[in-house]
Write a protein that binds this ligand. Structure first.
Ligand SMILES: [Zn+2]
Ligand SMILES: [Zn+2]
Length: 340
């Protein structure tokens, strides 16, 4: 399924086209993977609607890929034929810059994303540098593993970036799929850490308390305790500014969003330096995902026994899956089933 251009999905319900492509050939240090399933992510909507557009067309989207190694290219020795591997947003990086050498390969200036800068997983095959593929722990089915490769790994990175340790207090503003996963993850990784959730809907607040949050309030509410770290997963600005009032001295807010919407950008003019930033409070974004995050998160997910709820679609139903994702009609993760 390929994207041929940037388009407005409210006017064009079929942004992807089913075509026949040549089977890729694994180059040096690459592996050819026969794809079993590929997750459907919000980032595909951002690509299609031009918020993070691919540099060239046509391109195959999809960056939560699970499949089997079919062939190894020259010099590739990490995997053998038949191994089950997962592929996430990081397709390649230069391997030589200061970021690559320090493990922050997500920040490499030559970072290339699977399914945006190169062909991704809405297909039968993909060829990829072998160091960007990861063995999938046995306890997951292909379908269960796919959603872990994006939301899970990025959630894990956001937790890391807050800098919290066991016993520190963490806030989550926005409580969608990624928030649920982060809450479960933090409860497992840092059992003495209290989690405070800010969410607009009452249903989400009850759900947060059910999952073990110690407090849940509305986006503008003041938390009963100051927080050492806060993760924002909302698409807008008001929750960011409101949350910053609740940070402890030296606390950090991490924005986990590939793009923010501009609709309430004016709200940032309410920034009151002594209230929101004074006392060495920080704000930073989380960009992409590093190899280390995917590798560590897959192992953590297996220990935690996380099993995402998934809805399956056939490859040729990709447009339907994207429309349902946009309209939020069906809860849980969506995957395309390619190998039956
Ligand atoms: Zn994604
Ligand atoms: Zn680099």
């Amino acid at each position: 399924m390929v994207m041929n251009n940037v388009t407005d999905m409210s006017k064009n319900a079929s942004p992807l086209e089913l075509v026949d492509l040549k089977k890729p050939f694994p180059g040096k240090n690459e592996i050819l993977v026969r794809i079993s399933v590929c997750g459907v992510c919000h980032t595909e909507l951002d690509e299609i609607e031009g918020r993070t557009p691919p540099p060239s067309f046509p391109v195959v989207p999809g960056h939560q890929v699970v499949g089997f190694v079919e062939k190894t290219g020259e010099g590739a020795g990490r995997f053998k034929t038949g191994d089950r591997v997962g592929i996430g947003w990081i397709y390649s990086s230069c391997g030589k810059c200061e970021y690559c050498l320090s493990g922050d390969d997500n920040l490499c200036p030559e970072f290339r994303a699977t399914g945006r800068d190169v062909n991704g997983g809405y297909a039968e095959y993909i060829s990829i540098p072998e160091n960007s593929a990861f063995l999938i722990p046995e306890k997951f089915t292909d379908a269960e593993a796919a959603p872990l490769l994006c939301a899970g790994a990025i959630g894990y990175r956001s937790v890391r970036l807050t800098g919290i340790t066991n016993g520190k207090k963490l806030g989550l503003t926005g409580f969608g799929a990624s928030g649920h996963l982060v809450l479960k993850m933090v409860r497992f990784m840092y059992p003495d850490t209290e989690v405070y959730v800010f969410a607009r809907s009452e249903r989400e607040r009850y759900f947060a308390l059910d999952l073990g949050a110690v407090w849940a309030g509305d986006t503008e509410d003041k938390s009963p305790e100051k927080l050492d770290g806060i993760i924002d997963t909302t698409p807008v600005w008001k929750p960011v500014l409101e949350a910053m009032r609740n940070l402890s001295p030296g606390g950090r807010l991490v924005v986990n969003a590939i793009r923010k919407e501009d609709i309430d950008k004016d709200y940032l003019l309410n920034l009151d330096y002594p209230v929101h930033l004074w006392m060495e409070k920080e704000i930073k974004s989380v960009a992409n995902v590093s190899r280390r995050d995917i590798d560590e998160f897959l192992k953590l997910a297996a220990e935690m026994n996380i099993k995402p709820e998934v809805t399956e679609y056939a490859l040729e139903e990709a447009n339907k899956a994207l429309n349902e994702l946009k309209d939020r009609r069906i809860r849980g993760a969506k995957i395309l089933r390619i190998l039956g």
